[in-house]
Write a new protein. Structure first.
Length: 514
């Protein structure tokens, strides 16, 4: 008997049909995954029947005998509180920032009219999801935890009232390979122990392949193909499914030819970055401790490591976007000023591209204003219209995009706008901070191809901060592996992945290859 059954589901917003005639069932202990590119209707399918989107649902969606479509918000709230648990993509956004972990767990536990759990019971919830020092964590706030730890708290909160159905919407997107594997294994263990039905949304096809019983491929709001995971990956029927599988980066994929690096462009030595510890003692901990690296003209260097290893902190410190306690950074042999002394001429040299494309763009501005903003500071006397048009063409966007705002762009289009904003300044280097991790595999593959083309045409140097070793191998000449603020291994990308020497590198390679 199915725990969750969807029959002829349709979803519309403002009269526009976005999901059409979708049907599937999930039995106790079964995991069904929805995959597809951005805008295919995956998240709408998960959230709308429960009243958690702006969409209007038609057809039927039944959870443990309770029909969801057509119910009032009050009814849906009661059903959610008792029957369903939710894991969202961004745990820091989903968790309440001003409440302790213990209080948030307690609220999640009592939403089903159960007695308030004891402190020992709350600590046991955190222990069950593999969080170290669970009793200490109860008194901490979400910002004190790493991304993986926050995601474990989200899972504990989702399971606190022992739901029948767990809905996991991109639960591992922002996590490194080791943590992705750990989180998916944890979800597997919970569904088997408790007979939990799981509806999983993901563009991480490796996780889907290894952890889902059945896969539903969606495109444009419709089901393209549905099959058990081994069947779908072994012999996909639809061309679109084959494209999704082929687009996923793999450690054994054929490598494109990379441009030959030139002279040393950026050199960093003995970089140290510290932050004050919370609490009355106020001593320091070093997020980066004595790290150094070299990047040559036209070369791409990947900074990889597990969550909290110091990748982003090191990258931002080197290019003067973040704090730096000590160390030396030179550009073409000349010392780079500290962050508070950096000039516009230095800013032109290195431009950033961030992880969340929509969040990094001003929502009130048009695309032409977003791309042109750096020119106001870096080239106020230049022909801004011509430079904006050139940057837009470089990222393969049509000129009619110029009058749009970020909310009218897809994730891939928004990331191309962010890249155009970085390119308009004619930099010699880009800092890519997880620039593809928030994108689906098809769009991510297009963005990677764009970076490869820009490297060849412009001789751009890249520092790519990523948790995806397959991406690092495809895009970068060399890889530097960080662990607890130290670079523990560095080498040519292919050689390092083929024969990792450090335990952290071996763990990352094993998790990426799994």
């Amino acid at each position: 008997m199915s725990v969750y059954a969807v029959q002829g589901l349709g979803i519309s917003i403002a009269g526009v049909s976005l999901v059409r005639n979708l049907s599937f069932t999930i039995a106790a202990g079964e995991c069904v995954a929805l995959v597809g590119e951005s805008g295919s209707g995956k998240s709408l399918t998960c959230m709308t029947p429960f009243g958690l989107s702006a969409g209007i649902a038609s057809g039927s969606a039944t959870l443990d005998g309770h029909e969801l479509c057509g119910r009032s918000e009050a009814d849906l709230r009661k059903i959610r509180a008792v029957k369903a648990g939710f894991i969202f993509q961004q745990p820091l956004t989903a968790l309440t920032p001003h409440l302790t972990i213990g209080r948030q767990l307690a609220e999640a536990a009592v939403q089903a009219d159960a007695p308030k759990p004891s402190r020992a019971a709350l600590a046991a919830m955190l222990a069950r999801v593999g969080l170290p020092d669970p009793d200490e964590r109860l008194d901490q706030f979400p910002h004190r935890l790493s991304g993986g730890q926050r995601q474990r708290v989200m899972i504990a909160a989702a399971m606190a009232h022992r739901p029948k159905l767990l809905i996991a919407d991109e639960p591992t997107t922002a996590l490194d390979a080791s943590l992705r594997k750990d989180i998916m294994v944890l979800i597997d263990d919970l569904r088997r122990e408790q007979g939990l039905a799981v509806l999983l949304v993901s563009h991480d096809l490796a996780s889907v392949r290894d952890h889902a019983d059945k896969i539903i491929v969606m495109r444009g709001g419709e089901m393209v193909e549905a099959a058990p995971a081994p069947v779908l990956f072994g012999s996909p029927k639809a061309a679109y499914t084959k494209a999704l599988i082929d687009a996923a980066p793999r450690l054994d994929a054929n490598l494109p030819q990379k441009p030959n690096p030139g002279e040393v462009l950026l050199e960093a030595k003995d970089i140290r970055v510290s932050f004050p510890r919370p609490g009355w003692r106020r001593d320091k901990f070093y997020a980066v401790d004595g790290a150094g690296l070299i990047v040559r003209a036209g070369e791409a260097l990947a900074l990889v490591g597990e969550s909290g290893s110091g990748k982003s902190t090191l990258g931002r410190a080197i290019v003067r976007l973040g704090p730096c306690d000590s160390g030396h950074v030179t550009w073409a042999g000349v010392a780079l000023p500290e962050r508070h002394k950096i000039t516009t001429a230095h800013r032109r040299l290195i431009q950033p591209v961030f992880q969340d494309p929509v969040a990094s763009l001003d929502p009130r501005w048009r695309v032409r204003d977003i791309i042109g903003e750096p020119l106001k500071h870096l080239d106020p006397d230049g022909d801004s219209k011509a430079l904006i048009a050139e940057a837009l063409a470089d990222v393969e966007l049509d000129p009619d995009m110029l009058n749009r705002t970020p909310r009218s762009l897809s994730g891939g289009q928004a990331q191309r706008v962010a890249i155009a904003r970085a390119l308009v300044a004619k930099p010699s280097m880009l800092l890519l901070d997880e620039a593809t991790s928030a994108l689906d595999v098809l769009v991510a593959a297009q963005i990677v191809a764009l970076f490869q083309r820009l490297q060849k045409e412009r001789g751009l140097a890249l520092i790519a901060i990523t948790h995806d070793l397959a991406l690092a191998r495809m895009l970068c000449h060399r890889i530097a592996v960080l662990d607890q603020g130290h670079i523990v291994e560095e080498g040519e990308a292919e050689a390092l992945i083929s024969a990792p020497a450090h335990p952290v590198t071996r763990r990352l390679v094993a998790a990426s290859a799994a």
